[in-house]
Write a protein that binds this ligand. Structure first.
Ligand SMILES: [Ca+2]
Length: 306
């Protein structure tokens, strides 16, 4: 079997507390990375860390720990961007150089489950490598500026975090014609991880046990918001790479548009932001993933528990 060559770019934050406000960070990168590590049809060529759900000072050592603990240290890990692309600075980093070296050897799929800053920086510095990128699979986007995501029945509309943190990284991928697949909240909102699932993972191998334990506080945070589980956003990207037949997508065009910021509760000050919108109108072609097959939840659990 020819294995798919995959590079992971991640803002891993499993088990971390938030650095700016109370509470815990998202655990979904952990689900995605572990699922790829367990996939028979995937070879992980490298992992680059990026800021996002947490600071780079957390996501980088956590990436190293996952490679060491669950992949026998065989996957090289690189420290990437700690902040969004600054177009006025020529800012490369270890991750950009590592990714460039890997792409010179072979073309790869990139699973970019953070702000995609490292991919944008790569395209600025080494535009000639754009055609070595088979596909970038990202967690971002929506159909209209009126679509929103909200946890449970309380709280504000959520950010489209990866996109919001670095609009230019996404623009660069579109401008360089890199094949882009988006797994937005529209699809991840149809997938739930609940307490019973964490109980099942807790009976699995050490990777599953680690993930289950570290996910309890995150789950509780969602329960406190009125949900009975959490959406493991990034795992839709890894699942799409491993088994695209389980994911339902359509061909749309993506573009950036500026509208009022829906994450600001009383927006009478007229605060605006960019949105990544996908429809049949003008824009760059993307695969837009929006649903899963009916027995998806079992497939997800099986892929982690094997
Ligand atoms: Ca992530």
């Amino acid at each position: 079997m020819t294995k798919k060559k995959v590079w992971i770019d991640t803002d891993l934050s499993v088990g971390m507390t938030r650095h700016k406000r109370d509470g815990y960070c998202d655990v979904d990168d952990g689900f995605a990375v572990l699922q790829l590590m367990k996939a028979q049809n995937v070879e992980i060529c490298g992992i680059s860390a990026v800021f996002g759900n947490t600071v780079i000072e957390n996501s980088y050592p956590l990436s190293q720990e996952m490679s060491k603990e669950f992949a026998m240290g065989e996957i090289p890990v690189f420290r990437g961007a700690g902040e969004a692309i600054n177009l006025k600075e020529g800012n490369s980093n270890e991750a950009v150089e590592g990714l460039a070296e890997a792409l010179r050897k072979q073309s790869m799929i990139i699973m970019a489950i953070g702000p995609a800053t490292n991919i944008g920086l790569l395209l600025l510095k080494y535009p000639e490598l754009s055609n070595k990128i088979q596909e970038v699979v990202l967690v971002a986007g929506r159909r209209t500026a009126q679509d929103y995501f909200k946890i449970g029945n309380k709280g504000n509309h959520a950010q489209d975090l990866n996109f919001d943190l670095d609009n230019d990284a996404f623009r660069l991928m579109f401008e360089h014609g890199v094949p882009v697949t988006l797994c937005p909240f529209e699809i991840s909102n149809k997938v739930w991880v609940k307490a019973a699932d964490l109980d099942a993972l807790a009976k699995g191998d050490k990777g599953n046990q680690w993930l289950a334990e570290a996910s309890r506080a995150w789950l509780q945070q969602w329960v406190d918001q009125g949900a009975d589980g959490f959406n493991p956003f990034d795992v839709l990207a890894s699942h799409y790479i491993i088994s695209p037949e389980d994911i339902i997508f359509e061909d749309l065009n993506a573009r950036l548009e500026i509208h009022q910021d829906d994450t600001v509760k009383e927006n009478d000050k007229q605060v605006f932001k960019s949105y990544l919108l996908c429809d049949k109108g003008a824009g760059s072609p993307v695969k837009y993933c929006y649903d899963v097959v009916p027995d998806y939840h079992k497939k997800l659990m099986d892929s982690l528990l094997k």
